[in-house]
Structure formats: C-alpha cells, structure tokens
Design a protein around this ligand. Structure first.
Ligand code: FEO
Length: 396
C-alpha cells in the first residue's frame, strides 16, 4: 500500500507500507511490518527523488511520482543506499525518466552497476557537496556502513530535513506517518539498531558526529515513522547505543563454556587459572544461561573470546554455533580467540570452531587443545599452560 503526504511545501513522502511483512530480508522478525520511505522534492528549477521503494511496490510508487513531478519530470534520483529495498524501483524510474541523473557515492555507483547490470547516468558526490534545485539545496554527507559501504545522508538545509535512509529507522508500519502520532515503537527502534547498525558502531559514531551540529527539524529515515517529536533524543540514542566500551585498564577475556557432563567446564577451571596468572580479568559464562542480547554485550566488552566446547555427534553442539553466529552482529573490542574442549571418541569440535573464528578474522595465538573425557593431572597442567599462553598473547 502506497500513498503521498506533503511533509513541507513541495517536499513529499511517497513511500510504501508493507503491513504484512513478518521477516525483513528473511533475517529479522518484524512485529509490525515495515515501510519503505521515499521522498520527492520540487525546487524552483529541478525535481529530485530521494530513494525509491522495494520492487513489488513500484507501480503505485511510479504513479505517485508521475502525479507529483508532473510535466517537469524528474532531474535527480538520489540513492542514499543501494540495497534493493530502496533501489527496487530505480530501473522503472529511469525507464520513465531517462534524462534523470542518479546521485550516489562511489561505492553506490559500483553496487548499482552490479545490481542492475547496465550503465546509468550517475553523479558521484563527495563529502559536503551540494546540488541546487532552485531555492532548495541537497547537501550530502557520506555515512559508510550505515548500512552498507555505499550509504550517505542527504540534508535539505532550507527545511532542516535530514534524509538518513536506514539510519534512525525502525521496522514499524502504521497508518500514521510521524512518530508523534504513532504508538510507541521504541522497542523496534532499538531492535533495528541491534540488527542493522550494531556491527558498525564506530561508523555510527562518525556519522552521528557529522549530523549532531546540523540544524534538523525532522529525521526522515527509509523505514518506520518519520521523526519530528524529539530529534535530539534519537541522535542521543544512536550516540549511546554506539558508544565504545569502557576501558577498565585490564585485559578481559570472555570464557564461554558448554559442558554436558562437566568435563569441558573442568578444563575451563584450569584455563582460567592460566589466564588469571597473567593478570587477565575473566568473565566465565555457560552459553546456555546467556541471552543473545547479553552475549552481544559481553563479546563487545572483552578483548578475547575463548570457546570451550565438547564434541557431540562429530560436531560442536548447536548452542556453540548459535553463540558464534552473533559475532558478525557486533563490533568486538578485540579479535583474539582460543578454543578447547573435552570429547569422548572423535573430537572434531575444537578444530571446527577454530576454523570458524579464523574465518571471522580472529587471531588464534595458541593451537586449540582437547582431551578425552575427564582431564587428568597432566591435562590440567596443559590447560593451565594453554590459558597462560593466551593470557600472555593478550597482554603482549
Ligand atoms: Fe533498508 Fe540496508 O536497506
């Protein structure tokens, strides 16, 4: 379902409402669907579109563009971000308005070429560049990784509007458009940050620094309600959510254990002693007792991730893989890893988990160790030595 709303004189929302969406991108559950917010700005001389919509909504979107652009047509299509939920209608827009110039970043142009597999007329913007529409100015701020390397923000200074694409968005669909007329969506706002922005916290901090001194009456994201109630609160929320973990002055290791029969946890006891002998602060947690959200926080606040896994049915058990799946959703403070565990008769898990960590660019300073069933006294010594070496690498 699409529609248009005049936000300010000659500035229109013409997005699409996707009420019945249950899982965004087949990855993130949505309790209230989502929206694909797109915009049209008419200057005295030129008309610009800001982003488009997901492909299934193209027909209605294009009808709205034609109605609002009228005989003047479209001069620019600003692509703040090339992901298909925002560029899905771009091909049809350019078919209808072949004279239009696509305005994007350099990575954006590269992605568009590969998404559409044909050339298009583009203008690559640089940081702070402006385009004059006639009485209306588009000013661009590069915001890489919010959400892809291609992303930028567009600011309309005369109206104090910031078109932020994915940033400051939420997967929340309602009949209303603005945040001050929409039911509370703060949970969706935070969940969205955790799902989309959290892996790129450093980049979020850089982007926030670029916009926090701009004059902004409204933030107009590409998903969810348009923000006009308390713009500063949303910027503050992004600053808080993306804050760097506090440095305690001591190296910290997160020791995650899974131990059906207690043997791997026994090993962890001695590994921990070895780590602590090197002055490392150890947070030891049983994987199954930690919720995903807390686990993300723990991973982000430690310098080393040490996985203690048994082997069951020739594999690491599902809770171990689930914990590892969170690694790409966070910005770890350190990327040092180590793996150990007890096994009964085959013992593949330690190697498999090591390979997974290496694949995620973790540095593994000490080869993993594994022992059969209950650690012997010699095994205990080896575990202590393993922990000591990891601790040494961490301090080094
Ligand atoms: Fe809403 Fe990264 O696309």
């Amino acid at each position: 379902m699409s529609g248009t709303t005049e936000i300010r004189s000659d500035v229109f929302w013409l997005g699409a409402r996707h009420f019945d969406l249950k899982i965004f991108d087949e990855l993130f559950p949505t309790r209230n669907g989502t929206t694909y917010n797109a915009y049209l700005i008419r200057g005295e001389e030129k008309t610009a579109l800001i982003d488009t919509v997901k492909a299934p909504f193209t027909r209605e979107y294009l009808q709205n563009v034609e109605r609002l652009a009228g005989d003047r047509g479209v001069d620019y299509v600003v692509v703040n971000h090339t992901e298909p939920d925002h560029s899905g209608a771009l091909d049809k827009v350019l078919e209808r308005y072949p004279q239009a110039t696509v305005v994007c970043t350099r990575p954006g142009e590269n992605f568009l070429r590969q998404i559409f597999n044909h050339p298009m007329k583009t203008h690559i913007v640089s940081e702070g560049e402006e385009i004059d529409l006639g009485g209306r100015t588009l000013k661009f701020f590069l915001a890489p990784y919010l959400h892809w390397p291609d992303t930028m923000f567009t600011w309309l200074p005369e109206e104090k509007l910031l078109f932020s694409c994915d940033a400051f968005g939420a997967h929340f669909c309602s009949e209303t458009l603005f945040d001050d007329e929409t039911p509370d969506f703060s949970g969706e706002f935070t969940f969205y940050f955790d799902s989309i922005m959290r892996p790129f916290k450093e980049k979020v901090r850089e982007a926030v620094a670029k916009v926090e001194n701009l004059s902004i009456d409204m933030i107009l994201p590409s998903h969810g309600p348009l923000i006009r109630r308390d713009v500063q609160a949303k910027i503050d929320a992004y600053r808080r959510l993306s804050a760097a973990p506090q440095d305690t002055g001591r190296k910290r290791a997160l020791l995650l254990t899974l131990s059906p029969h207690g043997n791997t946890r026994d090993m962890a006891h001695y590994v921990r002693e070895g780590l602590e002998s090197q002055g490392v602060e150890v947070e030891e947690r049983a994987i199954i007792t930690v919720e995903n959200q807390e686990l993300r926080d723990l991973i982000e606040s430690t310098d080393a991730l040490i996985m203690a896994t048994p082997t069951i049915n020739r594999d690491a058990p599902p809770p171990v893989w689930q914990a590892l799946s969170l690694l790409t959703t966070v910005a770890p403070r350190g990327k040092l890893g180590a793996v150990f565990g007890s096994f009964g008769w085959s013992g593949e898990a330690v190697k498999m988990v090591e390979e997974r960590l290496a694949g995620l660019k973790y540095n593994l300073p000490v080869p993993g160790i594994h022992f059969r069933f209950k650690p012997t006294e010699d095994d205990q010594i080896a575990c202590r030595e393993f922990g000591r070496k990891v601790g040494q690498a961490l301090q080094g």
